[in-house]
Design a binder for this molecule. Structure first.
Ligand SMILES: Nc1ncnc2c1ncn2[C@@H]1O[C@H](COP(=O)(O)OP(=O)(O)OP(=O)(O)O)[C@@H](O)[C@H]1O
Length: 222
């Protein structure tokens, strides 16, 4: 699903260089990425998603090298194939639950908003327990509820790859469990691949595999 080879990336401001000799993430599996603060976990997710482009080396996602595509084609590929989930949710506060979930369909021509999509959005919202809050602005939701909205938005287009950056980092134990259940259920039922950064070591046994950044950077084959 994801193949990284001889990857090197630095920010233009300097001071940091990510150097990953090799990494393969198999399809249909849930991988946790762990490592100390500032080691480059978020940067790696952004590179895999095509949000950032590598300075050297290759990243293949579903056999496609995103950095060889135009910005518009990368964006289209991303909204069609990759579900992104962040710790800070990245929701629009003034929009209600349903409009936040449908937002990618409203801003990207690569996705077609039709009755089937709206029906699926409703089903997802019911599944995550927010069916009675569809029309409520997300600023009036709890942290756990906001993250569940973000997950519905990420799953709506049925992505083959989910990239999650500490998706439960701001949540209490009960909401962490809920959010993970939703993600793992989707992965199990759809055969999608999950790659999730986490600081929560006690969650690691829920994943099929754990990639430790320290091993990656030392050039270990993982
Ligand atoms: N826009 C930027 N410009 C310059 N340097 C940056 C930028 N964003 C991040 N960095 C630096 O790149 C390094 C990796 O950052 P990154 O956010 O990927 O780490 P991380 O492993 O996800 O950290 P954390 O666990 O704290 O979220 C850090 O040293 C950080 O200071």
């Amino acid at each position: 699903m994801v193949e990284v080879e001889k990857l090197r990336f630095s920010y233009p401001e300097g001071g940091y260089c990510l150097d990953i000799p090799e990494l393969k993430l198999e399809g249909g599996r849930a991988t946790a990425i762990v490592g100390p603060s500032g080691c480059g976990k978020t940067t790696l997710l952004h590179l895999i998603a095509g949000i950032k482009r590598p300075g050297h080396g290759r990243i293949l996602v579903m056999n496609k090298e995103l950095c060889s595509l135009s910005e518009a084609d990368v964006r289209a590929f991303r909204v069609q194939n990759i579900g992104l989930i962040f710790q800070e949710f990245e929701l629009l506060d003034y929009l209600n639950v349903l409009d936040n979930i449908l937002l990618p369909y409203r801003i990207s021509r690569a996705l077609k908003l039709d009755g089937g999509v709206k029906q699926r959005a409703g089903a997802l919202v019911d599944e995550v327990g927010l069916g009675d809050k569809l029309k409520r602005p997300v600023r009036q939701l709890s942290q756990g509820e906001r993250q569940r909205v973000a997950i519905c938005r990420a799953l709506l287009a049925k992505p083959s790859l989910i990239l999650a950056d500490e998706p439960t980092g701001n949540l209490d134990v009960e909401n962490t469990d809920k959010v993970l259940e939703i993600l793992f259920k989707y992965v199990e039922e759809s055969g999608a691949t999950l790659v999730s950064v986490t600081h929560e070591r006690h969650l690691l046994d829920r994943f099929d595999r754990c990639v430790d950044f320290s091993t990656l950077l030392e050039g270990g084959k993982v």
